[in-house]
Design a protein around this ligand. Structure first.
Ligand SMILES: Nc1nc2c(ncn2[C@@H]2O[C@H](COP(=O)(O)OP(=O)(O)OP(=O)(O)O)[C@@H](O)[C@H]2O)c(=O)[nH]1
Ligand SMILES: [Mg+2]
Length: 455
């Protein structure tokens, strides 16, 4: 079980008392001492849509994943309740009778928290809290809470806080009781030791400030990327489901010493390291935040600065925990996130990691749709040479042979071509230079378009 140390830190009750837009700090702190893991009742709704989309094993894996998320956030799942229902009740999410059962079970188990395995609308959450008289946290808020506890860097904290406030804003609709769960706990924590603001006007103002600060971080990141691009080394981004082994693989391939742990969302901040391919070619590897199914939209929006490292990479290495019983479903979840980010998986390799745990190779049929699947074990070091060779091949394939006539007025392009390309023929004549060269595909397209426009 994963329990976080800061469950024992001082908690607080954020008090939102009214919608009056005044200045005094409405967030007050009270010490709660050692409260230990917070007992939670897990509640799942199996709708027709879920039943049509997933098999029973996947549905039970989703419930197990929720338990793991609750543990990661510092809670202890002590009971579980499930309802099978065509679709959610618009007012209370679960049907009226089931809400009564949830309330009885919560009382019997003595829990102060019900965690719902879905995203609730603001009114569903309010109605449920009213009916149950305990705190209700949905899956989105749970994930945001984990991110808030994990955020260490300034950039990470800014992004998490923005995501949390974007989530909270529509939920602070003048009731005065939001976030009033006893002793803080899951769903009420801000990133690091900061308090989560609950006054609407100040939330809006803070969101504007955060967006501004994040845009500066983005600009800085983009500058660094531009510098790396000028070096001409191709960039590989490691993407994958949380806990797949991305950081472990990155450490292996680059001799880095990044934190890799058996925890969900161990990595939040991107890390970029150099690696040398067997051909001697220098590359950059980017390790970044792991994905999860139904990644909250607020997080995707707020983490744009981080995710741009993936979007802007030349190639992807999709790291899959092939020892996980639900790995094909995790692959689909990652592909869905990539699709949302507008990233194509054309230039991708698949690292089927943790193969040391397999008794036999995965069935061919499961591998068919994956781009270049390679069995590896980041901890044992097996398959890494195959992966590095595949990375080399991918870079080589992406280079194109081109014939270019560069006018003397465009000589600035020649420098760039020399730096990143391989020149086979170079002949100077009256109007300019005739070249035959092999260039990275993106650069070849750009140079051709500039030459055709004549500037
Ligand atoms: N058996 C086995 N365990 C592995 C392997 N690779 C990674 N692990 C373990 O899997 C756990 C997660 O590894 P990480 O490298 O932190 O995974 P990650 O994908 O970076 O996870 P997040 O940053 O949380 O998204 C750690 O306990 C690793 O030791 C492997 O090849 N075999
Ligand atoms: Mg990691």
């Amino acid at each position: 079980m994963v329990l976080l140390a800061n469950i024992n830190t001082v908690g607080y009750i954020p008090c939102f008392t009214s919608t009056v837009e005044s200045e005094p700090d409405r967030t007050m702190s009270i010490p709660v001492g050692n409260i230990g893991p917070e007992p939670a009742l897990l509640a799942t709704l199996i709708t027709d849509e879920l039943m049509a989309t997933y098999q029973d094993e996947t549905l039970s894996a989703r419930r197990e994943e929720l338990a793991r998320l609750v543990e990661t956030a510092g809670g202890e799942p002590v009971g579980e309740i499930t309802q099978v229902r065509g679709r959610p009740d618009p007012a209370t999410f679960f049907g009226k009778g089931k809400v009564g059962e949830v309330g009885e079970l919560a009382e019997e188990l003595g829990v102060t928290l019900v965690v719902v395995n879905h995203e609730l609308s603001p009114s569903q959450q309010r109605n449920l809290e009213d009916a149950l008289s305990v705190g209700v946290v949905d899956r989105t808020r749970l994930i945001l809470d984990i991110f808030a506890q994990r955020a260490r860097s300034r950039e990470g904290k800014l992004q998490v806080e923005l995501a949390q406030l974007a989530y909270l804003l529509p939920r602070l609709t003048g009731r005065g009781q939001e976030l009033s769960r006893l002793a803080g706990g899951i769903g009420t924590r801000g990133p690091g030791e900061t308090k989560l603001e609950t006054d609407r006007r100040r939330v809006r103002r803070r969101m504007t400030d955060l967006r501004h600060e994040i845009s500066q971080v983005r600009a800085h990141r983009s500058l660094l990327r531009e510098q790396r691009r000028r070096e001409g080394a191709p960039v590989f981004a490691l993407v994958g489901y949380t806990n797949a082994g991305k950081s472990t693989l990155m450490n292996r391939l680059t001799q880095a010493t990044l934190g890799a742990e058996d925890k969900l969302f161990a990595t939040l901040d991107p890390a970029i390291r150099r690696a040398e391919l067997p051909s001697g070619l220098d590359t950059y590897l980017v390790d970044t935040v792991g994905f999860v199914r139904d990644l909250p939209g607020q997080l995707m929006d707020a983490f744009r600065a981080t995710l741009e490292e993936v979007v802007e990479a030349d190639f992807l290495i999709h790291v899959v925990d092939v020892s996980h019983p639900e790995w094909p479903e995790q692959v689909s979840a990652v592909e869905e996130v990539l699709l949302t980010l507008g990233i194509s998986t054309d230039a991708a390799l698949t690292a089927l990691n943790k193969s040391d745990r397999l008794e036999e190779p995965p069935p061919e049929v499961d591998l068919r749709a994956l781009p270049s699947p390679i069995l590896v074990s980041a901890t044992m070091g097996s398959g890494l040479n195959d992966l590095l060779r595949a990375m080399d091949a991918l870079v080589r394939e992406s280079r194109v042979h081109c014939t270019l006539d560069v006018d003397y007025s465009m000589m600035h392009l020649l420098d760039e071509i020399h730096r990143y390309g391989e020149i086979h023929v170079e002949k100077y004549h009256d109007q300019g230079v005739h070249l035959q060269a092999t260039l990275p595909r993106g650069m070849a397209d750009r140079v051709r378009s500039l030459l055709s426009k004549g500037h």
